[in-house]
Design a protein around this ligand. Structure first.
Ligand SMILES: Cc1cc2nc3c(=O)[nH]c(=O)nc-3n(C[C@H](O)[C@H](O)[C@H](O)COP(=O)(O)OP(=O)(O)OC[C@H]3O[C@@H](n4cnc5c(N)ncnc54)[C@H](O)[C@@H]3O)c2cc1C
Length: 431
């Protein structure tokens, strides 16, 4: 037995959680679920040559972490790859197993006075391997970039079972192709990531969070230009009335202000010096309808809950059709207006919120599908059909809208070179 009998799940009831994605929209069937405990076991599984679906926390939102319904693929769960290496405080780096959750890594890094640059609401389930494989973004891209920008090196198992490892942690290392960068965003189609070396960021002693209310999304975008001048701005998340109403009715959270407003911007700044005065000065120059400032951890949590509960509230109301897209920031407001005009109808409702600082809009449609409509508008606005969740199965038919024929030909060559028999995550990302 390659991994020990208790880590091979064939019983349908035991397999089921691994066969259904977080949204409930994708339900497949696996030949088995295997849960290797180290890199050598992953390599031995790869050498069997069976179709493999790498899976971390299974929080992906594009159907990339679950098998199709043929019952031929094996789900390779990385959740036992939980090694937490010692934090190197001189280089501010750490090496961890691919199955470590973001929440566990945050706790580990914080114990050494450091933090992870990327943060997202699924932190207690999403794994570092999955976050590299999807190049996860989240709420702090504005300041620290996506997962790609935290990545120093990876260890991974190729389809052949061979292990590639580059975990030395050198900040400067110009010795040819950046294989960690190549695997970042590859969605389990090129290799199984087993360990990751990432850069950490400082934990600042001062943090301030503010919720600003605006007349409309366009005023929030204009306000953001001024707020960007605040040193240490970590996050700028937007929400609108429709989403706040849904979150409030689903979870019973209180209205943030005495009056209801059309649009909201949640901003957060942190630094070695208290950024509150600088943030307040910037806000005082803006055309805002209401402001709530939180300095205590409890108040901050309350404000963040309004934003972070959107995904869960929509899932309960749905499942929704998810369109995580980006457009140039100065075109976000007209883009959203055009989408709502085209999509809202008696048979469907379009919700939207997102990481405004990155021009990233999460469109969630309850009701009938709107793929062609939405991706067509994204294309006209010169946006991307996937800002952060990847392509998965959901967006595979639309990839040609964001990537040219020559780019797709290079994708195919890379896939053929690393996975000639197409056994890694078949049907995901590439056709
Ligand atoms: C409430 C909620 C909020 C979210 N917010 C954000 C957000 O703000 N920003 C964001 O970017 N995403 C967000 N997501 C999406 C999701 O959390 C991310 O895509 C995350 O990176 C997925 O990690 P995972 O471990 O769950 O990966 P999985 O869902 O298990 O897998 C995702 C993809 O990566 C591949 N994969 C997983 N592990 C490996 C590995 N070790 N080697 C190779 N391939 C692998 C899988 O095959 C699949 O294609 C959110 C999801 C939820 C449910």
């Amino acid at each position: 037995m390659l991994v020990g009998g208790e880590h091979v799940l064939v019983d349908p009831d035991l397999r089921r959680p691994y066969e259904t994605d977080w949204t409930g929209a994708y339900k497949g069937r696996a030949a088995a679920v295997v849960r290797p405990g180290n890199t050598a076991e992953v390599a031995a599984i790869a050498r069997l040559g069976m179709p493999l679906v790498p899976q971390g926390g299974n929080t992906g939102l594009v159907g990339g972490s679950v098998p199709d319904d043929t019952g031929t693929a094996v789900v390779l769960s990385t959740l036992r790859l939980r090694e937490l290496g010692a934090v190197n405080t001189s280089s501010a780096q750490v090496t961890v197993g691919a199955g470590v959750t973001l929440g566990a890594l945050q706790a580990h890094a914080r114990a050494s006075g450091l933090d992870v640059g990327v943060d997202l609401a699924a932190r207690d389930s999403a794994t570092i391997g999955g976050m590299v494989a999807t190049n996860a973004g989240g709420t702090r891209v504005l300041r620290y970039g996506t997962m790609r920008h935290q990545l120093v090196g990876v260890e991974a198992v190729l389809a052949s079972g061979e292990v590639i490892s580059h975990l030395g942690g050198l900040e400067k290392d110009n010795t040819g192709y950046d294989l960690a960068g190549l695997l970042c965003g590859s969605e389990g189609t090129l290799a199984v990531i087993t360990r990751v070396r990432i850069k950490l960021v400082p934990v600042y002693p001062h943090r301030v969070t503010a919720l600003l209310a605006f007349e409309d999304l366009s005023s929030a975008v204009t306000g953001l230009a001024r707020l960007r001048t605040v040193a240490g701005l970590d996050a700028a998340e937007y929400m609108v009335r429709r989403g706040i109403d849904l979150v409030r009715s689903t979870f019973g959270v209180p209205e943030p202000f005495r009056r209801e407003h059309p649009a909201y911007l949640l901003v957060e700044a942190s630094g070695a010096v208290d950024p509150t005065a600088e943030l307040a000065a910037a806000i005082s120059t803006l055309d805002v309808l209401d402001v709530a400032v939180a300095s205590s951890a409890k108040d901050r949590e309350r404000l963040w809950a309004l934003r972070e509960l959107h995904t869960e509230a929509l899932t309960r109301a749905g499942p929704p059709h998810k369109y995580d897209v980006s457009v140039p920031l100065d075109r976000v407001a007209p883009f959203v207006a055009e989408v709502l005009e085209a999509v809202d109808s008696p048979s469907r409702t379009c919700h939207h919120f997102g990481h405004l600082g990155d021009g990233n809009v999460h469109l969630n449609v309850l009701g009938d599908l709107a793929d062609e409509l939405i991706f067509g508008i994204v294309n006209r606005y010169e946006g991307s059909i996937s800002a952060e969740h990847g392509i998965g199965r959901l967006k595979q038919p639309w990839l040609h809208l964001s990537r040219s024929a020559s780019e797709l030909a290079v994708f195919a060559s890379i896939k053929a070179a690393l996975d000639p028999i197409g056994m890694l995550n078949p049907g995901v990302l590439l056709s």
